[in-house]
Ligand binder design. Structure first.
Ligand SMILES: Cc1cc2nc3c(=O)[nH]c(=O)nc-3n(C[C@H](O)[C@H](O)[C@H](O)COP(=O)(O)OP(=O)(O)OC[C@H]3O[C@@H](n4cnc5c(N)ncnc54)[C@H](O)[C@@H]3O)c2cc1C
Length: 407
């Protein structure tokens, strides 16, 4: 007989595990199906303060020598000598004044385990091959390489694999942003450099012609370095050349040892305008993945999951999970949040507008605090003067059926 659940969650990354935890804790019968076996590698190591409240709710502590406390972000344009640091302590208030740089293999495993502790059933090493939704007329059937499961509701949390967006043909690529990344980890940083980087634990973001470079300090003398580029046909040498051309990255990597080969990820930055329907919804990256320059991915995945669960739980209790409009308001709120970051990312790729955004010296205190709040992931408050200015600016973009469009 087909096993029956209230909710089937496909994928146990931060979005899937967060949703599974909160649903199971509230008494729902939850099955999580994850293709990989934990601990598994994942890129995306820099968190924002707005995620910490979700970690607290889940009872997951970001502790361990592999993680590092993060005070803020540093932006560089070495070609013009421009530099700016934004510390989360200098925000409007409302989210913590710090975040973390994390080892995702450890963190994602801790999140998945917390969902299991809350009562979710986790199947690792099992791949979902298809979902029969039948227009929401009856509970969907989830097919995997091991079996079939029936659930009253399905959450697609498959990340960049975006299972439903591909099968619905609703994956709208955002060609104007980064198209891919090549990255590598380094160990054995010089002790004086490691101490310097860990003093604040900031992410370094360096704008270069084809995109930007990240340098994220991790625990135990490690550094994550990557290049996000608008060019297609990613090559390992592009990262090596970008490092060699950057005095700052070359300086902090002097004497460091590469750990393993380069890694690459292509075909990112997309919006999925059809992210929910009767008895199903996409959460996390499966709904939208934006160029990671502002480290918004994990934070948005976790916040988005908590908001989706707030809609789903009462619907399950009242038998309304087949309502096609159930996630309308949720999707609208998420779109608004994605547009905040999309508008700022737009500045990165329209370079002449960058100085006005980050490197201005005459920023007044309220605007600076407002920008810092956005960088902290606090995007839905209504008293942010910087955000109001951003909405009125030439940078503003919209996410819609076509993907990204300029306003
Ligand atoms: C180059 C790069 C740099 C990034 N940097 C940052 C950063 O600094 N900070 C940040 O917050 N975010 C960053 N991100 C984004 C971040 O990694 C994601 O936003 C985050 O992982 C989204 O979580 P998720 O749960 O939606 O998806 P994921 O974490 O990707 O989890 C999806 C899970 O679904 C599983 N899965 C997929 N298909 C199937 C299937 N068919 N059956 C079963 N399981 C399946 C996968 O194995 C995976 O475990 C970065 C992303 C990239 C590409």
């Amino acid at each position: 007989m087909t096993e029956q659940y209230d909710v089937a969650v496909i994928g146990a990354g931060p979005s899937g595990s967060t949703a599974a935890h909160l649903l199971a804790e509230a008494g729902a019968r939850v099955l999580v199906i994850e293709r990989e076996t934990f601990p598994r590698f994942h890129i995306g190591e820099s968190l924002l303060p707005a995620s910490l409240d979700v970690f607290r709710r889940l009872g997951v502590e970001v502790v361990g020598k592999e993680h590092v406390k993060k005070a803020g972000a540093e932006f560089y344009e070495e070609a013009t000598g421009q530099f700016a640091t934004y510390l989360f302590s200098d925000q409007l208030g409302g989210v913590p004044e710090y975040a973390y740089q994390v080892d995702r293999a450890t963190l994602d495993q801790a999140l998945a385990q917390s969902a299991v502790r809350a009562g979710a059933i986790l199947h690792e090493g099992e791949r979902v091959t298809g979902v029969d939704l039948d227009g929401g007329a009856r509970p969907p059937i989830v097919a995997t390489d091991r079996g079939r499961y029936e659930a009253r509701y399905v959450l697609d949390a498959t990340g960049l694999d975006s299972l439903f967006a591909y099968s619905n043909d609703s994956r709208r690529r955002i060609e104007a942003f980064g198209l891919g990344a090549v990255f590598r980890h380094f160990g054995d940083l010089r002790p004086s450099i490691a101490a310097e980087l860990l003093a604040q634990g900031n992410i370094k973001v360096l704008f270069v012609d084809e995109g930007w470079i990240w340098a994220i300090p991790l625990g135990e003398g490690r550094l994550s370095v990557g290049l996000v580029t608008r060019h297609k046909g990613l090559k390992d040498e592009w990262l090596d050349a970008a490092i060699a051309a950057s005095p700052e990255v070359s300086r902090i990597l002097e004497g460091a040892r590469p750990e393993g080969p380069h890694k690459k990820l292509a075909s990112f930055s997309f919006y999925n305008p059809r992210a929910h329907g009767p008895r199903w919804s996409c959460i996390g990256d499966a709904a939208c993945f934006l160029d990671p320059v502002f480290s918004s991915g994990v934070t948005f995945a976790m916040l988005g999951s908590t908001l989706a669960v707030e809609q789903l739980l009462p619907a399950l209790a009242q038998g309304r999970e087949g309502d096609a409009a159930l996630m309308d308001a949720h999707a609208e709120k998420m779109r608004n949040g994605y547009e905040v970051f999309a508008t700022m990312i737009n500045a990165i790729y329209r370079r002449r507008l960058l100085p006005g955004l980050f490197f201005t010296t005459d920023q007044n205190t309220e605007l600076r605090k407002g920008l810092t709040s956005l960088l902290a992931g606090d995007v839905w408050r209504t008293d942010n003067a910087f955000l109001e200015k951003l909405w009125r600016s030439r940078l503003r973009v919209r996410l819609d059926d076509r993907g990204l469009s300029m306003v």
